[in-house]
Write a protein that binds this ligand. Structure first.
Ligand code: SF4
Length: 460
């Protein structure tokens, strides 16, 4: 595994928190964006090439090859090739996209027109030499099956896509450059700004948007998170796929509401909210990557408790989301946030760290405590493998979101109760440990459904 990012962190908050259809940011949103981008690339080819086009082929490598169907990768790629944009999907992808009539799956290019379908997508090797596990090799073929044009995309987690040979787009320099948690902490101590204020200042400079516009966009992200909680907590029935998993969020919420003991009620509702979003994600509903689809329930669950049960207002919530973004940036840039790269420690583990930071920032704790809360949450997910049963983002993923939310809450309690200067493990150390553990993790435990729980449930 090789990180492609260098220099100060220049990721936008709105690249990290993206609305889109589940169930997997690296297997659904990323491939869909890549397919849409490839379609746009084809539209710029010379007519002499376009006119000879007869087919598109998409080869899947790594974990994409192993778990494409359970993660909806085939549907997502077809949707992208047909021009659907994940950012504009107001609801789940059409479930029948694979069986649409051929005339609805036609791709026109120059004087050529051909049909794309499930046969255009070919699972290839799980172990390979590309620098990232989730690799897509797109080819435009002529009538004899020879490639007219090829492009290689890496879906690196959280819906982020990198193209082979395409340099990262030039961005403005952030006014508060940092690459590590230590540098971020020093900036905070040196300027008196909170982590959230630093992220906001950088976002303003990178995007050219003013504070009010960024607040509006943050509110949009928060609204999408809230809606996914509300939809999920009402929905009943069985989730799509072969496992026959029943949705539990509504039952958990009713059960929690009936409890007299306030602590049990609080924890029960936190569970229910995390289940709600994770089940929406598993059903292919629109959620926010935080940092990924598989882990999308953790931050909204803690958000709902911050608003509904701790009574904190919009400013505190926005600040919390910005601090959560800082933690997501650090993890993405210094280790990885894809189950296929570092296991579930990079998905639910990072989500839990982000949620812990969000809670600590929203409660007004100083930056050291915000960092320590994130560190504690991440530390206790280190080594967590990714072993989705049957390749579906359901078992263990849904329950794991609830566990991540509970750990986030406890991490904030622990960090807030201790003398920050005596905390021995820094967030950088935990992220480095995650990176090293991920590098050593066998490919069986990286979203391939070839090991762990995925092979220990024989009935699945
Ligand atoms: S086990 Fe974790 S990393 Fe793997 S698919 Fe499920 S949520 Fe994502």
């Amino acid at each position: 595994m090789e990180r492609m990012d260098s220099g100060p962190i220049s990721t936008s908050v709105f690249e990290l928190f993206k609305a889109g259809p589940g169930p997997s940011s690296s297997h659904t949103i990323g491939p869909m964006e890549a397919a849409l981008d490839f379609r746009r690339q084809l539209e710029t080819l010379p007519e002499s090439v376009q006119d000879r086009a007869a087919a598109v082929e998409v080869r899947l490598f790594g974990s994409l090859s192993a778990t494409a169907v359970g993660h909806g990768t085939d549907k997502a790629i077809l949707a992208g090739l047909l021009g659907f944009d994940p950012a504009r999907c107001s609801e789940a992808l059409p479930g029948d996209i694979l069986v649409l009539q051929p005339d609805k799956r036609r791709l026109s290019l120059g004087r050529s027109a051909f049909v794309v379908g499930p046969e255009s997508i070919r699972p290839d090797r799980i172990q390979h030499d590309y620098p990232f596990s989730n690799t897509l090799l797109f080819s435009l073929l002529d009538a004899a099956g020879f490639p007219l044009y090829q492009a290689t995309a890496y879906s690196v987690g959280g819906g982020f896509v990198q193209w082979e040979g395409r340099p990262p787009e030039a961005r403005r320099d952030p006014p508060f450059p940092y690459r590590t948690a230590e540098e971020l902490r020093r900036l905070s101590l040196g300027t008196g700004l909170t982590l959230a204020q630093i992220v906001l200042q950088n976002e303003m400079a990178l995007s050219g948007l003013d504070r009010n516009r960024i607040h509006e966009r943050l509110d949009g992200v928060l609204d999408t998170m809230r809606r996914s909680v509300q939809r999920g907590v009402r929905a009943e029935g069985v989730l799509p796929g072969a496992l026959g998993v029943w949705r539990k969020a509504a039952h958990l919420a009713r059960k929690a509401d009936s409890l007299d003991d306030p602590l049990n009620r609080f924890l029960g509702l936190l569970n229910a909210y995390a289940f709600a979003v994770a089940e929406e994600n598993a059903a292919g509903g629109v959620i926010v990557t935080a940092p990924t689809c598989g882990a999308a329930g953790v931050v909204p669950a803690v958000l709902t408790m911050i608003e509904g049960h701790l009574g904190l207002g919009p400013e505190a919530v926005r600040s919390g989301l910005l601090a959560a973004a800082a933690v997501g940036f650090l993890a993405k840039n210094n280790a990885g946030i894809a189950g296929a790269e570092v296991g579930c420690q990079g998905e639910v583990g990072v989500a839990s760290a982000m949620a812990a930071a969000m809670l600590a920032q929203a409660r007004g704790f100083p930056s050291e405590i915000v960092e320590n809360a994130a560190e504690i949450a991440l530390e206790h997910h280190l080594g967590l493998t990714c072993d989705p049963v049957g390749g579906y983002v359901q078992i263990p993923c849904i329950e794991r979101n609830a566990m991540g939310a509970l750990k986030a809450y406890n991490a904030c309690l622990l960090a807030g109760a201790e003398d920050a200067s005596r905390h021995r493990v820094s967030l950088d150390m935990a992220i480095r440990a995650m990176s090293e553990t991920g590098r050593d993790m066998n490919v069986k435990y990286k979203e391939t459904a070839m090991g762990g729980l995925a092979v220990c449930l024989p009935e699945c």
